[in-house]
Design a protein around this ligand. Sequence first.
Ligand code: 44T
Length: 850
Amino acid sequence: MPNEMARSKKARRPRRGPREPREDPARNELISRSLESAQQCLLQQDYGTAFVHYLLVLNLAPVLKDFARESFRFTLFKWADELDSLGRIQDLFDCYEQAVELFPTDEVIVNSMGEHLFRMGFRDEAAAHFHKALKLRPDFPEAKENFYRVANWLVERWHFLMLNDHGRNRKYQLAIQRAVQEGCSTVLDIGTGTGILGMCAKKAGAREVYACELSKTMYELACEVVSANGMADSIRILHMKSLEMEIPKDIPTRVSLVVTETVDAGLLGEGIIESLIHAWKHLLLPPPVSNSSQRVIPGGATVFGMAVECQEIRRHHRLCVSAVGGLDLEAVREIRSPVSCSVDADESAEPYTTERLSRLPGGFTALTGPCRMLDIDFNNVQELESLCSRKVMRLRVPVTQEGVVDALAVWFQLHLDQENSISTGPQENTCWEQAIYPVQSLAHCSVKRNDELLLEVSCRDAYLRLCCVAIVRDGQMFHLDSMEEEDYSTVALPNPEVDLCSALASLQTRHDTVSNMFTLECSEIALLNNVNYHNSFRMAVEKLLTSLRSSREMQASEVSSSEPFYMLDVSEGFSVLSLLTARLGQDSGSSLVQAYSSVEKDQHQALLRLLAQSNGVEESALQFWLSHVEDDSAVLQRPASEKLWSAIVLDCIETCGLIRQRLMEKATLARCLLEDGGRIFPERIVIHGLLVESDTLLQESAVQGTDPTLGFNIAPFINQFTVPVHVFLDLSTLECTHLSDPVELFTLDLMNSSANYISRGIRVRVSAPGKVTAVPFWYQIYLDADLTVTTFSQDSHWKQAAVVLQCPLVVNTGDWVQLTIQLHKSSISITIIKQLKALSISHRLPSYIY
Ligand code: 44T
């Protein structure tokens, strides 16, 4: 849409050259009358008309721009909000286009246009606006926050890891050099990213180099990088998916070599099979006669897998507990995560997640040896096509260690050419994660030594599918069938091979009978498995109910004792806290609790209803609060006129480790709706952090070092997308050295927001020598004054976050450093300086609050 607008705008308003201002009384009269009208309309809140008047005034009299800037912005924003709520999106962007034309360097307008684009889903365009606003004013906090929010999506963090992986870069370079030297003179780089492989080909002497890139941001970045390296004229970069490329429209002739690294942790998830089939059919010359040379780098891959037991994976993909916070969960055992590869899985379900096995909290146990699952030759188009034909391969893998199969972990070796290969295995010290295929069987899938696992391997919808279908033990086969109530369904196997196949055939047909299966996000399952969290919450609510009851008794009025306690849970995603409270009310008899949940999804509501029923909670005691309302002020309302809430549960921390946006505004709203003695849960959040040295965090944040990457100048361009806060961190397994004890960084008081600081300074004593590269942080959530839950614990569904410092700080044991922590809206920034020895006297002062 933005492109379309740009075009129509040019057609509508041809530019005129600058003119000498004229002294024209009629014109001056028009300007001053229009200005007056604009102001009048503003007073009457007729923003549309005011906007038109301002446009006229400022186009006629640019000298008034400075004078009218503030009012113009105000009018624009008000009018844009109106247009937005009316759904007049094209008009909205037209207004912004006009505003930007008048004020091309106004960072506030540019940023605000970005926000509208972002809300409409134009992420790339939004990011470009935030980026521009930041360039106009580098310390503009709104634009910074917005840019950081989109930077992760635009340029994913693994780009940094890959560019920092010298081994990988070098091997690709060697393979490309060899192919070019052997005669491949025309090269296509599919999914060029920063342009690195294309530049390698050019440097190696390729005559013509083409590159394509799907993502607009990466395409623009590649163009910048290639120009900066003096290759703008010799590498042609196309912003398109390779599958859309045609000859001669996009490239003049077929090429003699394709180079690509469009592989994800599960090898095929970026669509490499389809891209290469297309390339072989439409973009590549026929296979070379000589056997030793190839047309595709990488030439092939070998996929490995092994079964693992891992508590951390299990608690994210299946229900592991039978009760939480006094609620019996037996009725909902059939909860599974959306990551599924089973026959009955939804086609859109991703079959795997990714993890670095070496960084899993609590570790893992290998139950089988690494086993070769699949060999793929990227230079053989027939083989690639047969892979796609949904052929299912079966494998039997011997169990080497007793345990519970929680997942199959997968990695691969990428054979760049005969001499150079890259492994993404768990033992290697590379940037790669492994693909994790969780076992979705209902029963605990226990295996013993000498059992065999029966696996199915196939390629479906651009994914490698890997499914553990049965266990073979003492000549018998035990299906891992999610439909069976018992642990296994057994089949006698006089002739194992024949029976295996018929048993498998029967498995394939079962999927239509699946019912009553609930899907929750991995983090929602982990939360439901968190016994400690729910028990703490139950205790906090119990305390609150007791205190409210006793204050009602003291008032001793007829009305108040029969009145229910109203409780509202506005957690994002699935939550049983409302039900837990309703159940508590029922247990204690006297005054009932009327609980409201704001869960919106039908499945979530069905799950809560089922749980209510199985826990004997009356249907009327749990209700769904204003389903499908968009804005907070509508969600946070009184339970009924003249009534107020006894408790409101706010969901404060995102799974990624950041404070939820607009938390404090929500808390302020919620406070106004509480009855006397009512509470917000939690009442307070204390942010803790510590100083660390972590090379890993640096590697994931920016291209490191001053040396050019393979001789190319790439770092300064991609590093523009560096963000200072790293999310989804697992601090317990992060390779790092602790340079201080944990300290309290900040307190957010949800019951009294005036007590919150925007900026706070603290002094931290260094406990070990090193280089401070990051300040990881997490939260202590105070449900009330005594009961707390931490987001940094083994059973937490929350991850941690870290502020990564732009300039590491060298410190010694005993040094004091000064941290300045700032909270702007809900985003944290931290600056750090070393305290000079001369000032060390100040360490006697307490930490202070600005
Ligand atoms: N990440 C691995 C996956 N593309 C690498 O737009 C390893 C993840 C990873 N362009 C941690 C560590 C690691 N035509 O920019 C992307 C993408 C583009 C295409 C044109 C096509 N057919 C495609 C397909 C993809 O290629 C670029 C690279 S994809 C590599 C994915 C470090 N977490």
